[in-house]
Ligand binder design. Structure first.
Ligand code: CUA
Length: 406
């Protein structure tokens, strides 16, 4: 009985290094296989930062994979190797402390954590560092829409426009820097973007999965994030902070509709990041047409109001239906034909007074079935949700024309 037992024991001892090497190789191959699955569950890496974040994630997945396979492997091995024989009711052998083992299993994780800390910190510093020739885009979050603002100044006037072509007060505004509001974020490949984030109400979180950037918007503070797109395309912008009943609508959506011939069409609604292939295309297809709208606004107040609303300067589209502008929100009342209904909504108020009150003090009159969710748009620039009288009057003129056939 003793002979084969001691023989097999010494055989195990001599084969121990081989077993350790074999297990190590198996763990490395297994963890590498797990890591190779990463692209399956990640969106396309559209920015230089995304490549760095994915590499960091790959390293963590690899180390985590080794630990996972080691722990689960030991568990399964122990279950099989040390299970009780049939009829054996005795206790297992008492096992005491093992200082060497404890030192090893404390030291290895400590080294791993230190390495990951240094590596993650260097990726973080790379992302946050100021890049040359950054494009600054102001991102405003509001319940429940994103607005992106671009500065128009003397240096980026459209090519066929000279400063002297503009009316004197417009020249002054261009010198000070005018604002182009747009419901989408736009840039081009290899252009470093510096996004300045502010909120008009509660906290939101600005997330572009394809760029691997996610940053909270904090009430009363300006936060920022940076990324450099490397792939042209259209990327979803998402709100990642539960901010109220329209939170889900603060994400770029793909809406299926049908065209005139009954063929399915995919429409993008909500907020998206559009990355043009180069600066030339960005200027031609996005910046210059939008700059022209700001430099030469329509004189008709109703057309001006339409342009203001269409620019996304105010977060109305997410919550209201308005066929003329393609709005499909259902959180607030339908605005189709509002010009007609406003006449008789509240006795003693003209349609114009009713609409002004509905923007300046939206909770004064609530349409049956809708809660007090609409933000109040204030006349004073020092307040949140600032809406100058000029914008208010233009928007009211446009809304008054809805449904009246004008
Ligand atoms: Cu904004 Cu969720």
């Amino acid at each position: 009985m003793n002979q084969p037992n001691s023989a097999s024991k010494s055989g195990r001892n001599s084969s121990l290094p081989i077993i350790i090497i074999a297990v190590t190789i198996a763990l490395i191959i297994g963890a590498a296989l797990i890591t190779s699955l990463q692209p399956l569950f990640f969106p396309i890496a559209g920015s230089a930062e995304a490549v760095q974040v994915d590499q960091l994630f790959g390293v963590m997945l690899f180390i985590g994979g080794i630990i996972f396979l080691l722990v689960e492997g030991m568990l399964v091995f122990s279950l099989l190797r040390f299970r009780a024989k049939p009829g054996d009711m005795s206790d297992g052998p008492p096992i005491g402390g093992n200082s060497t083992l404890e030192l090893v299993w404390t030291a290895i994780p400590a080294v791993v954590v230190v390495i990951l800390t240094i590596y993650s910190y260097s990726v973080w510093v790379n992302i946050q560092s100021v890049k040359p020739n950054e494009q600054t885009i102001n991102v405003v979050g509001a319940r429940f829409a994103w607005t992106f603002s671009y500065e128009l100044n003397q240096r980026n006037l459209p090519r066929d426009i000279q400063l002297s072509d503009l009316a004197p007060e417009m020249q002054e505004q261009v010198r000070e820097g005018m604002v182009i509001n747009y419901p989408q974020m736009a840039t081009w490949v290899n252009q470093p973007v510096h996004a300045l984030l502010t909120t008009q109400d509660v906290n939101h979180a600005f997330w572009i999965p394809g760029m691997r950037v996610k940053q909270d918007l904090l009430a009363g503070r300006t936060t920022y994030t940076r990324f450099t797109p490397i792939e042209a395309g259209v990327y979803r912008v998402v709100c990642a902070e539960l901010c109220g009943s329209g939170h889900g609508a603060m994400a770029g959506q793909v809406v299926e509709t049908v065209d005139a011939d009954g063929n399915p069409v995919q429409n993008l609604t909500g907020a998206w990041l559009v990355v043009y292939p180069d600066e030339e295309t960005y200027l031609r297809e996005f910046f210059e047409p939008e700059a022209m709208k700001v430099l030469f606004p329509p004189e008709d107040p109703a057309l001006l109001g339409r342009a203001v609303l269409d620019s996304g300067a105010y977060p109305c589209a997410t919550c209201h239906v308005l066929g003329d502008l393609g709005w499909t929100g259902t959180i607030g009342p339908n605005l189709d034909g509002i010009g007609l209904r406003a006449e008789t909504r509240v006795s003693g108020e003209t349609a114009e007074e009713y609409l002004i009150e509905s923007l300046r003090n939206p909770h004064s009159f609530l349409v049956a079935g809708y809660g007090a969710l609409m933000p109040q748009f204030n006349p004073d620039p020092s307040q949140t949700n600032y809406m100058p009288d000029s914008d208010l009057n233009a928007i009211v003129a446009y809304l008054l024309a809805q449904g009246t056939g004008e």
